[in-house]
Design a protein around this ligand. Sequence first.
Ligand code: AHM
Ligand code: MG
Length: 326
Amino acid sequence: MQNTEQTLASVLDEDGANAELLSLIHNLVDATEEIAVCVNKGALAGVLGSTQNENVQGETQKKLDIIANQLIKDALLSNEQVRALASEEEDDVVAGNKNGKYVVAFDPLDGSSNIDVNGQIGTIFTIYPARNDVATNSALQFQQRGTQQVCAGYVLYGASTLLVISTGGPTHCFTLDTASQQFLLTNPTLSIPQDTQEFSVNMANQRFWASSFQSYIADLIAGETGKRNKRFNMRWNASMVGDMHRVLIRGGIFIYPSDSRDAKQPAKLRLLYEANPIAMLVENAGGKAFNESQRILDIEPSALHQRVAVIMGSANEVEACLGYLQ
Ligand code: AHM
Ligand code: MG
C-alpha cells in the first residue's frame, strides 16, 4: 500500500480543486460511504430485492437503487454549490441552489442486476460548471460535452470499497478504511497498459451487432489462429464499474456496442452519467474512449438520458476495434 497518509482532500487540493468543488465532492463521497454500509449489510439491513416502481428508462427499480439515489440526492442538495442534479433514477433535473456553481449527475447504483447476488456494483458521478444562460432546473444545464467535466469518479462496492476520481489531473484510486471511515490514497496514478489480451462484451447480444463489429469479436475469439494472431480472454461482470475498474488496473477493452434489438434505443449505456465520467477517468489514465465514430468526450449531448455505444480501455486495442468499424 502506498501513501496511506494521503486523504482525498489533500490529494485533490494538490490537483488544484477549489474549496467549493472540494466541499461538494466531500458531501457526495460521504453519501457513498453510507451506501457502502447498506451494501455491506445486505439482507441484514433489508435492502435487497425489487420495488414495484419503474424508472424513466423502463427498468424495475431495486430497493437499493432508491436508497442510494435518496442518500446522494440529500447529500448534494445540502450543499449550496449544487445548482442542479440529474440521476439515472430521476425523470427530470432536480433544482438546487440557484447560485450554486456546479451541476452534478450520477448513476446511484450501476450494475443493479448484481445487487441480489452479492456481485460488484458501483456509483458513478460527474460534475460540470453550472450554466448561467439557462434556468436552474433546465435539462440544458447538462447538455455540455464531456470535455467540460471538472470532476468524474466512481465508487466500487466490491471486496473493498474503492473511490476512483479525477479532477482533470491523474486518475487516483482510494480505498475506504472502514475503521476511520475515510478514503485513503492507495494508487496515486492509474495507468492503463496500451495493449491487452482481455475483452469485455455481452456475447449474448452478438446476433444484433453490425457485421463489422461481429468480425472484430470473431477475430478476438479466433486468437492465435485468426488475423490478430494473439490469444484473448473474456470477462463480463454486468457492471460497468466492475468491468472498467479491471481495465483501469490491468488493461482490457470494454465494449457495449449499438445493436438492432430496439430501433428506438440502439445503445444501452447513458452518455451523461455512465460513458462521459468513465471516459474522463480512462483518458486521464492514458486509455481511449470512443463511441463507434468519435471520442466520447466530444459528443454534443441532445437529451438528459441519452444512450451511447462505448468502446474504451487500452489505447491500441480501442484503435484496433475502430479499424474494423470504418
Ligand atoms: P444499470 O445502470 O441499470 O445497472 O445498467 C448499466 C449496466 C452496466 O453496468 C453494465 O455494463 C450493463 O448494464 C450490463 O448489461 P447486460 O444486462 O447486457 O449484461
Ligand atoms: Mg448504470
